[in-house]
Design a protein around this ligand. Structure first.
Ligand SMILES: Cc1cc2nc3c(=O)[nH]c(=O)nc-3n(C[C@H](O)[C@H](O)[C@H](O)COP(=O)(O)O)c2cc1C
Length: 186
């Protein structure tokens, strides 16, 4: 193997998790945008972190409510994922309506959930790390739901056609479609 030294785009080397839609709202108004930089940070209680630019239209709802939802799309939603990440709610557009996404009521937060997502995580912010123009939002998951075909015995399964979407930068994505079960130590 020949390796080259690189000095930029180093973050792309880390396997990106699933790209998600982040939705937030105050009960009257809401917004949704696309987030690549998200990760689980604690198992129990479940906590997650997202990176969010303070300039985003959706950020005002997140800041005011202290809540947001992570909505995990499947690969077939790739165009809606890109669209929600390229168009800002500042333009006055209703991204749910324009891009054919369905608002679903959350159980514990005011933000609408994205009905098309195969999983929804309702989150309440616990810590905000100031990163200048953006913020790292660390939140506790207060409720979560998932398509039961794709989550069996507490594990994600790909047997029933689940195709997860990962962002590679720009308009490039990749898809994960299978699990490897029973890996053995060499
Ligand atoms: C694939 C993709 C991934 C993105 N990931 C992030 C991210 O991790 N954090 C972030 O703050 N913005 C991210 N963005 C940018 C926002 O989604 C984008 O600026 C969006 O239009 C903001 O919407 P809003 O102004 O309606 O909130 C991403 C955009 C795309 C297309």
């Amino acid at each position: 193997m020949t390796k080259m030294k690189i000095h930029s785009n180093i973050h792309s080397l880390l396997n990106p998790g699933c790209v998600v839609w982040v939705s937030a709202g105050d009960g009257d108004n809401d917004s949704v945008f696309t987030v690549t930089w998200n990760m689980p940070v604690r198992r129990d209680p479940a906590m997650v972190a997202i990176e969010c630019s303070r300039n985003h239209h959706t950020y005002q709802f997140i800041r005011r409510s202290g809540e947001f939802a992570l909505n995990v799309p499947e690969a077939r939603h790739v165009n809606q994922v890109l669209a929600c990440g390229r168009v800002s709610g500042k333009t006055g557009v209703d991204k749910f309506e324009k891009f054919g996404l369905t608002r679903e009521s959350a159980e514990k937060i005011k933000a609408p959930l994205v009905g098309e997502a195969f999983a929804n995580l309702e989150c309440r912010i616990a810590h905000v790390v100031d990163m200048g123009s953006s913020a790292l939002l660390i939140a506790q998951v207060v409720s979560a739901r998932v398509d039961e075909r794709h989550f069996v015995d507490g594990k994600l399964v790909f047997d029933n056609g689940l195709e997860l979407l990962h962002h590679l930068g720009g308009d490039r994505f990749c898809v994960s479609t299978q699990s490897i079960v029973g890996a053995t130590m060499v």
